[in-house]
Ligand binder design. Structure first.
Ligand code: GRF
Length: 223
Protein backbone atom coordinates (compact mmCIF):
# COMPACT_ATOMS: atom_id res chain seq x y z
CA UNK A 1 0.00 0.00 0.00
CA UNK A 2 1.44 3.37 -0.87
CA UNK A 3 1.75 6.17 1.65
CA UNK A 4 -0.92 8.18 -0.12
CA UNK A 5 -3.54 5.44 -0.13
CA UNK A 6 -6.76 7.03 1.07
CA UNK A 7 -7.77 3.85 2.90
CA UNK A 8 -4.54 3.35 4.85
CA UNK A 9 -4.74 3.79 8.61
CA UNK A 10 -3.17 7.10 9.58
CA UNK A 11 -0.50 6.60 12.23
CA UNK A 12 1.46 9.12 14.27
CA UNK A 13 4.72 7.78 15.74
CA UNK A 14 6.26 9.33 18.86
CA UNK A 15 10.00 8.93 19.43
CA UNK A 16 12.80 10.19 21.66
CA UNK A 17 15.86 8.61 20.11
CA UNK A 18 17.31 6.26 17.55
CA UNK A 19 14.03 5.20 16.00
CA UNK A 20 14.94 1.66 15.00
CA UNK A 21 11.35 0.58 15.68
CA UNK A 22 10.15 3.50 13.57
CA UNK A 23 12.46 2.23 10.82
CA UNK A 24 10.86 -1.22 11.03
CA UNK A 25 7.48 0.42 10.41
CA UNK A 26 8.84 2.57 7.57
CA UNK A 27 10.31 -0.58 5.98
CA UNK A 28 6.99 -2.40 6.39
CA UNK A 29 5.18 0.38 4.54
CA UNK A 30 7.84 0.47 1.82
CA UNK A 31 7.49 -3.26 1.15
CA UNK A 32 3.70 -3.08 1.14
CA UNK A 33 3.50 -5.27 4.26
CA UNK A 34 1.85 -2.61 6.40
CA UNK A 35 -1.46 -1.02 5.37
CA UNK A 36 -0.71 2.28 7.11
CA UNK A 37 0.31 5.81 6.32
CA UNK A 38 2.79 7.29 8.78
CA UNK A 39 1.23 10.74 8.89
CA UNK A 40 3.88 12.28 11.14
CA UNK A 41 6.77 11.51 13.47
CA UNK A 42 6.99 13.64 16.61
CA UNK A 43 10.03 13.74 18.87
CA UNK A 44 10.40 15.36 22.28
CA UNK A 45 14.14 15.62 21.63
CA UNK A 46 15.75 17.61 18.81
CA UNK A 47 18.44 16.15 16.53
CA UNK A 48 17.76 12.48 17.17
CA UNK A 49 18.43 9.82 14.56
CA UNK A 50 14.76 8.87 14.37
CA UNK A 51 13.95 12.29 12.91
CA UNK A 52 16.45 11.74 10.09
CA UNK A 53 14.98 8.31 9.41
CA UNK A 54 11.55 9.90 9.05
CA UNK A 55 12.78 12.76 6.89
CA UNK A 56 14.62 10.30 4.62
CA UNK A 57 11.35 8.47 4.11
CA UNK A 58 9.54 11.72 3.27
CA UNK A 59 7.47 11.69 6.47
CA UNK A 60 6.59 15.04 8.10
CA UNK A 61 8.46 15.56 11.38
CA UNK A 62 7.81 17.74 14.40
CA UNK A 63 9.92 18.45 17.46
CA UNK A 64 8.15 19.31 20.68
CA UNK A 65 10.88 19.80 23.26
CA UNK A 66 9.47 19.05 26.70
CA UNK A 67 12.10 21.33 28.25
CA UNK A 68 10.23 24.34 26.90
CA UNK A 69 7.09 23.61 28.91
CA UNK A 70 6.28 24.65 32.48
CA UNK A 71 4.62 21.38 33.43
CA UNK A 72 3.99 17.82 32.29
CA UNK A 73 0.32 18.75 31.78
CA UNK A 74 1.18 21.71 29.54
CA UNK A 75 3.48 19.55 27.42
CA UNK A 76 0.93 16.76 27.06
CA UNK A 77 -1.81 19.23 26.09
CA UNK A 78 0.33 20.66 23.30
CA UNK A 79 1.39 17.18 22.25
CA UNK A 80 -2.27 16.15 21.99
CA UNK A 81 -3.04 19.20 19.87
CA UNK A 82 -0.11 18.42 17.59
CA UNK A 83 -0.96 14.73 17.24
CA UNK A 84 -4.65 15.41 16.60
CA UNK A 85 -3.85 17.88 13.84
CA UNK A 86 -2.79 14.81 11.81
CA UNK A 87 -6.12 13.00 12.51
CA UNK A 88 -4.50 9.64 13.26
CA UNK A 89 -6.37 6.41 13.91
CA UNK A 90 -3.42 5.01 15.85
CA UNK A 91 -0.63 6.46 17.98
CA UNK A 92 2.57 4.40 18.19
CA UNK A 93 5.05 5.05 20.98
CA UNK A 94 8.42 3.89 19.67
CA UNK A 95 11.02 4.59 22.33
CA UNK A 96 9.13 7.68 23.53
CA UNK A 97 10.74 8.28 26.91
CA UNK A 98 8.05 10.27 28.69
CA UNK A 99 5.68 9.52 31.54
CA UNK A 100 2.22 10.39 30.24
CA UNK A 101 -0.55 12.22 32.10
CA UNK A 102 -3.88 10.40 32.70
CA UNK A 103 -5.62 12.94 30.42
CA UNK A 104 -3.28 11.98 27.61
CA UNK A 105 -3.65 8.22 28.02
CA UNK A 106 -7.44 8.53 28.36
CA UNK A 107 -7.67 10.63 25.19
CA UNK A 108 -6.02 7.84 23.15
CA UNK A 109 -7.35 4.84 25.07
CA UNK A 110 -7.64 1.83 22.77
CA UNK A 111 -5.72 3.54 19.96
CA UNK A 112 -2.23 3.94 21.39
CA UNK A 113 0.44 1.21 21.49
CA UNK A 114 3.79 0.99 23.27
CA UNK A 115 6.72 -1.40 23.10
CA UNK A 116 8.53 -2.33 26.29
CA UNK A 117 11.72 -4.40 26.39
CA UNK A 118 10.69 -7.07 28.90
CA UNK A 119 8.19 -9.85 29.32
CA UNK A 120 5.62 -7.73 31.13
CA UNK A 121 4.50 -7.70 33.89
CA UNK A 122 8.12 -8.44 34.73
CA UNK A 123 10.55 -5.53 34.75
CA UNK A 124 8.42 -2.47 34.23
CA UNK A 125 10.48 0.73 34.01
CA UNK A 126 14.11 1.17 32.96
CA UNK A 127 17.27 -0.98 32.65
CA UNK A 128 15.23 -4.08 31.91
CA UNK A 129 18.01 -6.15 30.32
CA UNK A 130 20.43 -5.75 33.22
CA UNK A 131 17.65 -6.42 35.69
CA UNK A 132 16.69 -9.62 33.88
CA UNK A 133 20.33 -10.80 33.98
CA UNK A 134 20.70 -9.85 37.65
CA UNK A 135 17.52 -11.75 38.50
CA UNK A 136 18.92 -14.92 36.90
CA UNK A 137 16.17 -15.11 34.27
CA UNK A 138 16.65 -17.76 31.60
CA UNK A 139 14.04 -16.14 29.33
CA UNK A 140 13.60 -12.47 28.52
CA UNK A 141 11.95 -10.54 25.73
CA UNK A 142 9.70 -7.72 24.65
CA UNK A 143 6.04 -6.80 24.87
CA UNK A 144 3.75 -4.67 22.70
CA UNK A 145 0.78 -3.44 24.70
CA UNK A 146 -2.08 -0.98 24.64
CA UNK A 147 -1.29 2.14 26.67
CA UNK A 148 -3.35 2.86 29.76
CA UNK A 149 -2.79 5.23 32.70
CA UNK A 150 -0.62 2.61 34.38
CA UNK A 151 3.02 2.90 33.24
CA UNK A 152 3.95 -0.24 31.23
CA UNK A 153 0.72 -1.72 32.55
CA UNK A 154 -1.84 -1.82 29.72
CA UNK A 155 -3.11 -5.08 28.21
CA UNK A 156 -0.43 -7.06 26.39
CA UNK A 157 -0.89 -7.77 22.68
CA UNK A 158 2.18 -9.74 21.67
CA UNK A 159 5.38 -10.90 23.34
CA UNK A 160 8.55 -12.28 21.77
CA UNK A 161 10.64 -14.48 24.04
CA UNK A 162 14.41 -14.84 23.70
CA UNK A 163 16.81 -16.94 25.77
CA UNK A 164 19.20 -15.36 28.25
CA UNK A 165 22.53 -17.01 27.47
CA UNK A 166 25.40 -17.67 29.87
CA UNK A 167 27.82 -14.71 29.92
CA UNK A 168 25.25 -12.38 28.34
CA UNK A 169 25.71 -8.74 29.18
CA UNK A 170 22.99 -6.11 28.88
CA UNK A 171 24.24 -4.96 25.46
CA UNK A 172 24.21 -8.43 23.92
CA UNK A 173 20.83 -9.23 25.39
CA UNK A 174 19.40 -5.88 24.27
CA UNK A 175 20.48 -6.60 20.67
CA UNK A 176 18.80 -10.02 20.76
CA UNK A 177 15.62 -8.44 22.11
CA UNK A 178 15.69 -5.55 19.62
CA UNK A 179 15.75 -7.90 16.64
CA UNK A 180 12.44 -9.24 17.91
CA UNK A 181 11.08 -5.73 18.55
CA UNK A 182 11.40 -5.07 14.84
CA UNK A 183 9.33 -8.17 14.12
CA UNK A 184 6.51 -7.87 16.64
CA UNK A 185 5.85 -4.12 16.50
CA UNK A 186 5.01 -4.09 12.78
CA UNK A 187 2.95 -7.25 13.38
CA UNK A 188 0.84 -5.62 16.11
CA UNK A 189 0.39 -2.45 14.04
CA UNK A 190 -0.68 -4.57 11.07
CA UNK A 191 -3.27 -6.40 13.19
CA UNK A 192 -4.66 -3.07 14.35
CA UNK A 193 -4.67 -1.60 10.84
CA UNK A 194 -6.52 -4.62 9.50
CA UNK A 195 -9.17 -4.30 12.20
CA UNK A 196 -8.13 -7.60 13.82
CA UNK A 197 -7.00 -6.06 17.09
CA UNK A 198 -8.88 -3.94 19.60
CA UNK A 199 -9.01 -3.13 23.28
CA UNK A 200 -12.24 -4.16 24.95
CA UNK A 201 -13.08 -3.71 28.64
CA UNK A 202 -9.41 -3.28 29.48
CA UNK A 203 -8.35 -6.41 27.60
CA UNK A 204 -6.77 -7.02 24.20
CA UNK A 205 -8.84 -8.91 21.66
CA UNK A 206 -7.34 -10.47 18.51
CA UNK A 207 -9.55 -11.74 15.70
CA UNK A 208 -12.55 -11.89 18.04
CA UNK A 209 -10.77 -13.77 20.84
CA UNK A 210 -9.57 -12.33 24.12
CA UNK A 211 -5.82 -12.65 24.45
CA UNK A 212 -4.27 -14.08 27.61
CA UNK A 213 -2.63 -11.64 30.06
CA UNK A 214 0.76 -12.18 28.38
CA UNK A 215 -0.67 -11.51 24.91
CA UNK A 216 0.12 -13.65 21.86
CA UNK A 217 3.50 -15.25 22.57
CA UNK A 218 6.18 -15.92 20.00
CA UNK A 219 9.24 -17.96 20.86
CA UNK A 220 12.11 -16.49 18.87
CA UNK A 221 14.03 -19.25 17.15
CA UNK A 222 17.35 -17.48 16.92
CA UNK A 223 20.06 -17.53 19.62
C1 GRF B 1 13.38 0.02 22.47
O1 GRF B 1 14.25 -0.84 23.11
C2 GRF B 1 12.00 -0.10 23.05
O2 GRF B 1 11.72 -1.37 23.53
C3 GRF B 1 12.03 0.90 24.16
O3 GRF B 1 12.84 1.94 23.71
C4 GRF B 1 13.74 1.46 22.72
C5 GRF B 1 13.56 2.30 21.50
O4 GRF B 1 14.50 2.01 20.51
N1 GRF B 1 10.69 1.30 24.51
P1 GRF B 1 14.40 2.71 19.10
O5 GRF B 1 14.39 4.21 19.33
O6 GRF B 1 13.14 2.23 18.43
O7 GRF B 1 15.63 2.27 18.36
Amino acid sequence: MTVNDAHALRVVVLISGSGSNLQALIDGVATDDLPIEIAAVISNRPDVLGLSRAANAGIPTRVLDHKGFASREAFDQELMRTIDSYTPGLIVLAGFMRILTPEFTQHYLGRMLNIHPSLLPKFQGLHTHQRAIDAGETRHGVTVHFVTAELDGGPAIVQAIVPVIKNDDATLLAKRVQRQEHVIYPLAVKWFAQGDLRMLDGKAELKGELLPACGYQIEANEP
